[in-house]
Design a protein around this ligand. Sequence first.
Ligand SMILES: Nc1ncnc2c1ncn2[C@@H]1O[C@H](COP(=O)(O)OP(=O)(O)O)[C@@H](O)[C@H]1O
Ligand SMILES: [Mg+2]
Length: 211
Amino acid sequence: MSKGLLISFEGIDGAGKTTQIKTLACALEDQGYKVSTLREPGGTDISESIRDLLLDARNQINPMAEAMLYAAARAQLVQDVVRPLLAQGTIVLADRFIDSTIAYQGYGRGLSIEGLHQLNHLATGGLQPDLTILLDILPESGSRRRQGSLFDRIEQEGLAFQERVRQGYLEMARVMPRIRVIDGSLPVEKISDIIIDVVTRFLKGDLRVES
Ligand SMILES: Nc1ncnc2c1ncn2[C@@H]1O[C@H](COP(=O)(O)OP(=O)(O)O)[C@@H](O)[C@H]1O
Ligand SMILES: [Mg+2]
């Protein structure tokens, strides 16, 4: 493989993104692929500093400033990390990417969806995931799974906010063929099997995505 592949994982908090990325990374490494995983916001020194600002529950950040901070963290990550990895032929697994901006700041906070697409485009230089795994669960389930952990600034927004984000994701999946929706309420192993099947077939070129 001369050029890598960017696979993003999306879904509300507790959907199972981090869990599934770990399993997929191991499965792909076993198949002989070079794999890197990274999380958003984060992945560079600057981006991790921005992450601290964004997730600190004491900070009051207005929605546009929030969107731009995510975009700034992403710009740094794409430039310094993602593009070089892709150029080396690595499969990059991203725990959140551009769709989170549309879902959270657009559908969740109510900023202009069109404006956010432009912001994403500026931040990434037009880089889009080749494939996106959307893990879909009810906000109640997500929040139940995360009971006992400290909630960050975004997680504290409540169930109505999470439901707007969830519906936003589903709407995007209806119009963007690269986004594959998987029922996140299934058992962990079942979801892993589905994801490995989807990604393996994508890598073989069996699944064509036109976006
Ligand atoms: N399919 C599943 N069924 C039940 N619990 C799950 C499932 N997937 C993940 N979990 C659990 O739910 C919690 C949140 O999962 P995580 O992968 O961290 O979600 P996310 O990264 O999307 O926020 C973890 O405690 C994890 O073990
Ligand atoms: Mg996670």
